[in-house]
Design a protein around this ligand. Structure first.
Ligand code: BUP
Length: 471
């Protein structure tokens, strides 16, 4: 059998919101006959990540999987207690060790596709790679133009190292786009006074976007046409590389391979089978944010009061390996039994795509993680977003503008204040009963299927790139 003409390597960073889209993108290229080498940092942070990597590798035995052994980080060197940020830093500081690994590959690389949080480290070894470098961006096109523009703002300031908060007034008005980003939506690390490692990382990388050969983004024309257009027409930042809206990147077979670990799925699906079509609210605030104890009681009260059945995925710890405490310890037995009368609660990592695809699910209360949003769009389910941190207000704006979701912006950041149960119930009812939202979600689902169907935008981009890489 002749070797495939195109050989791609993928370098992953940390978190399911980064791993999922990378593996889905790799699966697309595999479908088009490319050879794939997957480089995953070792150790991974969460169990969910290692399970997914195993599922991917057993589904695609033709993939060369390389464990990338990380050099442990001295935590005192980095000013952060976020396990995900510490993992990004560890990976970033280990990237220089990749050169010998890459030079030992049996065939040369046509392209190297790396996680968005690894831009500067990968560019620092670019000369040794002899191939174009792409990133996969893990958020919305709206977030990408914020990231791309923030360095322009910084560079236009007179100080050598200006702080973004000094030039972000009430809103960031980005050229080429009609709707500004309100200051209140800017990811909090950008507004902190003083030195802040996350902000420094993004600022450093943002300036280097221009040196990349391209950016893959899990979005598509009908969902974020204006933002994708502005980025590609050079309106946001002149000289940006092509931004490829290859979305929606869809769930694949390999994600169900680790069903064994997602032990709770079968009874969840059986429970959903018993519920009426469109009657269940699915609630999950993502894989990286623990819901604060002060908020959990009101969430329970809101869910009980909204009048719909619900499937509630609760996280009490940031990293799944540390999950110990039971929900009953937090809610108390009386409230817990009321919760159990109306819905089901799960602490484990679930197969979210299976849930969203179930006909009983009529709405999703989500933190607004971009993968979750795209998965919801794919299934044509209306969304109510409750941003917890990071890019999630910007993604919430993107989704509200597209008409398929509502955003309870008066709730602020989920990590900031406690939202009362009554408010939660009110907004859930609004999402579940809004016919316009339902119609728009269905239309967007159609557009999503078209974008990744035969002759759709995803196929056009992938085939074009494969031709380019073969030359
Ligand atoms: Br929780 C959870 N099952 O139980 P996002 C998440 N996921 O399959 P993130 C499950 O993880 P940030 C669960 O389908 C999505 O693909 C979900 O990515 C999957 O948010 C992924 O939605 C989560 O981008 O936080 O990573 O939690 O937005 O901060 O990256």
């Amino acid at each position: 059998v002749p070797e495939p003409a195109v050989h791609l390597a993928f370098l992953i960073s940390a978190g399911m919101g980064h791993l999922n889209p990378a593996l889905r993108l790799a699966a697309v290229f595999l479908r088009y006959g490319c050879k794939v080498t997957l480089i995953t940092p070792k150790p991974t942070l969460s169990l969910a990540e290692s399970n997914l990597i195993s599922g991917f590798c057993s589904s695609f035995p033709q993939v060369t999987h390389i464990d990338f052994n990380l050099t442990p980080l001295d935590p005192t060197e980095v000013n952060s207690d976020d396990p995900f940020f510490l993992q990004y830093e560890t990976i970033r500081r280990s990237v220089h060790l990749l050169s010998p690994i890459l030079s030992s590959l049996s065939t040369s690389l046509s392209a190297f596709i790396v996680d968005v949080f690894l831009i500067s480290p990968i560019l620092s070894i670019a000369e040794k790679l002899f191939c174009p470098i792409y990133i996969y961006f893990t958020s919305s096109a709206r977030m990408l133009y914020f990231i791309a523009y923030v360095s322009v703002l910084a560079d236009s300031d007179s100080d050598a190292q200006p702080h973004p908060s000094t030039f972000i007034g009430d809103a960031v008005q980005i050229p080429g786009f009609t709707s500004p980003i309100p200051r209140s939506s800017v990811p909090p690390p950008f507004l902190l006074q003083g030195s802040n490692s996350f902000q420094r990382m993004i600022m450093e990388d943002s300036r280097k976007l221009l040196k990349l050969d391209g950016v893959f983004i899990n979005s598509f024309e009908e969902l974020e046409g204006e933002a994708l257009g502005a980025l590609n027409e050079g309106k946001v930042v002149r000289g940006l590389p092509p931004v490829y809206g290859i979305g929606p990147l869809m769930a694949c077979e390999f994600e169900s391979v680790d069903q064994g670990q997602r032990g709770s799925m079968s009874w969840i699906l059986e429970w959903l089978d018993e519920q009426a079509e469109g009657s269940v609210v699915y609630v999950s605030l993502g894989s990286r944010t623990e819901t604060r104890k002060e908020q959990i009681k009101d969430m329970a009260l809101g869910l009980i009061e909204c009048g719909y059945s619900f499937l509630w995925v609760v996280k009490l710890k940031k990293v799944d390996r540390e999950e110990e405490e039971g929900l009953e310890d937090v809610l108390g037995s009386e409230l817990m039994s009321k919760v159990r009368e109306k819905g089901v609660v799960v602490k484990e990592f679930v197969d979210q795509m299976k849930i969203l695809g179930h006909p009983a699910v009529g709405g999703f209360v989500s933190h607004g993680g971009w993968n979750s949003i795209i998965e919801t769009v794919w299934e044509g389910v209306p969304i109510l977003t409750w941003p917890q941190n990071g890019d999630q207000k910007i993604t919430s704006e993107a989704i509200r503008m597209s008409g398929v979701g509502i955003w309870a912006d008066e709730w602020g950041w989920g990590t900031e204040k406690v939202v009362k149960g009554k408010e939660i119930a009110k907004r859930i009812k609004e999402m579940m009963s809004n016919e316009c939202l339902r119609v728009k979600a269905r239309e967007m689902k159609e557009a999503a299927k078209k974008a990744c169907g035969v002759g759709g935008s995803c196929e056009v981009i992938i085939k074009g790139l494969i031709e380019e890489w073969k030359r």
